[in-house]
Design a protein around this ligand. Structure first.
Ligand code: MLT
Ligand code: ZN
Length: 445
């Protein structure tokens, strides 16, 4: 503690329980633990100083960004130093020649997006936690979100990264070379590494063209199979979001936010579709939707307020679910072509494992990515086991965009073979031989 205080100043080493509290529990309230201290370094060299001090004292470190994670990967389990990156807020000028920008790990997503738009470009990834989620955490979890169908997940946006190893050495580059075939992709290894290999301090990010016009529709459908079939028709250069949710989730959101729509009568399945482009895509969207055979009801909006109103039914899910209680939350993906079959299977699996629980599904249907939220259920293990085993049967992913964290580490074996898990362990040992970075996350203890 004395060493950390000498390096960062007393004000940035938090030991008081009241000051630590906001860093010790995750957003859902499901994961919590006591930190030895919270260290808040203000630049890369201070990150290195914290890591060196912890390594020499044999104290484990939990890197944390905006603490919006959902798998317990960014909060302490007990006795670690939480290394908060929220003071690493440097944001470089947008480089219009390369179409890139350099951002500190602690830059919130909303600030990055606004910065890119002010320069006539945009950032390709958007998630509901945009005001708090930080760039470093989004790299660490390979966050995906709402526009993956158009621009891909974080992995596709990262051109370079600067990171500090557990022993304080600095690796990586922020030059932003789009071409560099000099061997292993160290930056790529950091994307999705969940703070287990190094602490990312800054990243070089690709930007995407800004789109001037958007049109959003919510379609009411009878089944997930109809929604899946619609994606095949809607895919094209204008498609920028395809989100699915269900009647039970809409009822929760309506009650939580005091809303009454999106339609007069309930529908079993809702599909939010967004088109975006250089010209007003309203007519393209209306024409595409009118060509779909199974649409029961439609709400369409082009103005900002109307579009936000439609998005509220989708984006309100996470908050409405948490307001109901602490959910067992799983984030999985299967091939989108099999999403309807998977929906049936996962509902059956949850009702067998937890007959009295309430299941709320929603997600990013173009990637076959379902957020499986199980409410009113105490036995998280049994229900997680049932869902993740079902995912594995479909050849799917036990973590589509939230990371593995501590929540899903016990199930890594379902989708990674013994040979692949040996490689994970060897990679971890190569980057962090003493095992001080985020122990217990991603790779089971
Ligand atoms: C979302 O898509 O809204 C996020 O992944 C958050 C969640 O799953 O609750
Ligand atoms: Zn999501």
């Amino acid at each position: 503690m004395a060493r950390l205080r000498a390096e960062l100043g007393t004000g940035h080493v938090l030991t008081d329980p009241d000051l630590r509290a906001g860093y010790e529990t995750d957003w859902t309230g499901r994961f919590t633990g006591r930190a030895l201290a919270v260290a808040r370094p203000g630049d890369r060299d201070e990150v290195a100083a914290v890591l060196r001090a912890c390594a020499e004292a044999g104290v484990a470190v939990v890197p944390q960004g905006g603490n919006t994670g959902l798998v317990g990967g960014g909060v302490p389990r007990g006795g670690e130093v939480v290394l908060s990156t929220t003071r690493l807020t440097g944001l470089g000028e947008v480089d219009r020649v390369s179409g890139q920008v350099t951002a500190g790990a602690g830059v919130p997503l909303a600030r990055l997006g606004a910065h890119a738009r002010a320069a006539g470009l945009d950032f390709g990834v958007d998630i509901a936690a945009r005001d708090s989620a930080t760039v470093g955490g989004m790299v660490a979890t390979n966050a995906g979100g709402l526009r993956v169908v158009r621009w891909g997940p974080m992995r596709d946006q990262v051109v370079g990264a600067e990171a500090v190893l557990a022993d304080g050495r600095v690796v990586g580059s922020l030059v932003g070379l789009e071409k560099d075939s000099t061997g292993y992709d160290l930056t790529g290894a950091l994307v999705g590494s969940e703070g287990t290999l190094a602490v990312v301090t800054a990243v070089r990010l690709r930007l995407v063209p800004a789109v001037a016009h958007r049109a959003t529709a919510v379609l009411g459908l009878a089944s997930t199979a109809d929604a899946v079939a619609a994606i095949g028709v809607l895919r094209g250069p204008l498609l920028s979001a395809v989100e699915v949710f269900y009647d039970d989730g809409v009822r929760l959101v309506r009650a939580h936010r005091g809303l009454t729509g999106p339609f007069r009568a309930d529908c079993p399945v809702y599909l939010l579709v967004e088109f975006a482009g250089d010209h007003d895509p309203t007519e393209d969207l209306a024409a595409a939707v009118s060509g779909l055979p199974a649409v029961v009801d439609t709400a369409l909006a082009t103005d900002e307020a109307g579009r936000r109103g439609l998005w509220a039914y989708r984006e309100g899910h996470t908050e409405a679910i948490s307001a109901h209680g602490v959910p067992v939350k799983l984030d999985v993906a299967v091939s989108p072509a099999r999403a309807a079959e998977f929906e049936t299977a996962v509902r059956a699996a949850v009702s067998a494992a937890a007959p009295s629980a309430r299941l709320v599904l929603f997600g990013h249907l173009a990637e076959g990515n379902f957020h499986v939220n199980v409410l009113d259920e105490a036995d998280g293990h049994a229900v997680s086991d049932a869902v993740l085993t079902t995912v594995a049967r479909f050849g799917g992913s036990i973590s589509a965009e939230h990371g593995v964290g501590v929540a899903k580490a016990p199930w890594l074996h379902l989708t990674r073979t013994p040979a692949e898990r040996d490689l994970y362990a060897a990679i971890k040992a190569a980057w962090d031989p003493a095992g001080v970075l985020n122990p217990g996350v991603l790779i089971p203890r």
